[in-house]
Design a binder for this molecule. Structure first.
Ligand code: GLU
Length: 462
């Protein structure tokens, strides 16, 4: 069975085709035709676990949700990837996320396989007690299938340190083991410093290298106007790091609407970002803050909108950091028209295939620094899972590294991730004269070949 036989899994199909098309359009299969077989094998999960999650709401009613864990690939290490709690969760979404995670984790250079899981449970509007009861019930089943050397889940959309805590506690009770079975833990009980910040910081570190490379070392984030979507953990820390590096943050958003500066000058301040972070802890919407006088005088709030076509003035960098398929082909064109030169995904599969085609065509048709340069999530947002890998290493060694130590390792991993994608693109894809190498092709080929070679060594294909 190949991915092409599964038309009822549109998100997985999209992720598979995105990877497969970049491999096909490179010289990889000419140089190594046997890798076609590896692509077929890697696109089928090693194991999919589906289960029932029954929990009690605050009114005493029985509630039922679906739970999943896709253990996609363990060639490079234990299955590793987050848990997503969101009403949209289904097997197609978790297979796409698990598939992306295999290659992302390979790009970090750490020993992690790929997996993803979650539930169609909606944390919005739930009380803390309901969330705790749900997490306990979810882990009562999941704990049979995971372990520090088997499968190490973490957070994703709807799963923060609080949920990780409830799940960790239940795992420990049932298995009677304190082990690094989840990452994103609290700092006093095994969590790594910088893990909450890592995905957002990592995206910005990655884009720093893009800017430096494209400008021949002349430019940095200083003075850049950065449009960000989302307002969760990734968006918040990306925004704070952009500001620290001298850039301006000109938009944020949530599932209900976009909040944008209403002038061509200025930036969100760290205080405003912290206010947004505080309401998100309470699972509230940005619209509640947008209507306060302090926000209403500086920002426009557009219900139901995404930031890309609504920014006042120029955009230099776009960081989609909300969810999958949050940049359409038309929005990609609008970003280019607004002057955007760098787009890097904090979210997984943030761009539709149409949008990627627009970005890649523009890169091919323009020389160097005048082109838009697109970095896919599996490279640009690898910092989160990378620090999860560092958390696993600290747990195994029973040590805690300082923030400086973790941050410096994160910077090194993001630099390697960028340089690996760049060098691999230069090796396998012939760019149009003067154009920048394709980071999407380079990252896909680098991640895929590493996993394919390990699988061959293990006798998974021949
Ligand atoms: N959910 C995050 C991702 O998409 C992090 C996964 C992890 O830390 O295991 O990469």
């Amino acid at each position: 069975m190949t991915a092409q036989n599964l038309p009822h899994e549109p998100e997985f199909e999209q992720a598979y085709k995105e990877l497969a098309s970049t491999l096909e359009n490179s010289t990889l299969f000419q140089k190594k035709p046997e890798f076609r077989k590896a692509l077929q094998v890697v696109s089928v999960p090693e194991r999919v676990i589906q289960f029932r999650v029954v929990w009690e709401d605050d009114q005493g009613n029985v509630q039922i949700n679906r739970g999943f864990r896709v253990q996609f690939n363990s060639a490079l290490g234990p299955y590793k990837g987050g848990l997503r709690f969101h009403p949209s969760v289904n097997l197609s979404i978790l297979k796409f996320l698990g598939f992306e995670q295999i290659f992302k984790n390979a790009l970090t250079g750490l020993n992690m396989g790929g997996g993803k899981g979650g539930s169609d449970f909606d944390p919005k509007g739930k009380s803390d007690n309901e969330i705790r009861r749900f997490c306990v019930s979810f882990m009562t089943e999941l704990c049979k299938h995971i372990g520090q050397d088997t499968d190490v889940p973490a957070g994703d959309i709807g799963v923060t340190g609080r949920e990780v805590g409830f799940m960790f506690g239940q795992y420990k009770k049932i298995r009677n083991q304190w082990e690094g079975v989840l990452t994103g833990k609290g700092g006093s009980w095994g969590g790594s410093l910088i893990r909450p910040e890592a995905t957002g910081y990592g995206v910005v570190y990655y884009v720093e290298h893009m800017i430096k490379h494209a400008s021949g070392g002349k430019e940095s984030f200083a003075g850049k106007r950065v449009a960000i979507s989302g307002s969760g953990n990734v968006a918040q820390y990306a925004a704070l790091k952009v500001i620290e590096l001298g850039g301006s943050v000109i938009s944020l958003s949530d599932s209900q609407g976009a909040l944008l500066l209403n002038s061509e000058e200025g930036s969100f301040t760290p205080e405003e970002i912290n206010q947004i972070a505080a309401i998100k802890v309470e699972r509230k919407q940005i619209s509640e803050l947008a209507s306060t006088s302090a926000f209403a005088s500086k920002f426009k709030y557009i219900p139901g909108a995404r930031p890309w076509t609504n920014v006042t003035g120029r955009i230099d960098v776009a960081l989609p950091s909300a969810t999958q398929n949050e940049v359409s082909g038309d929005e990609a064109k609008a970003l280019i028209a607004a002057g955007c030169k760098f787009i890097a995904e904090g979210s997984n599969m943030g761009s539709t295939q149409d949008a990627i085609d627009v970005f890649e065509a523009h890169r091919e048709a323009n020389a160097g620094a005048s082109a838009i340069w697109y970095a896919p999530g599996k490279a640009a947002n690898a910092g989160g899972v990378a620090v999860s890998g560092l958390e696993m290493a600290q747990n195994s060694a029973r040590v805690n590294w300082t923030s400086e130590e973790v941050d410096s390792r994160l910077k090194g991993i993001m630099e390697d991730c960028f340089k690996n994608g760049l060098a691999t693109a230069q090796e396998y894809v012939t760019p149009a004269a003067g154009s920048l190498p394709s980071l999407v092709a380079g990252s896909n080929i680098a991640g895929f070949t590493k996993v394919a070679e390990a699988m061959k060594d293990h006798g998974d294909w021949w």
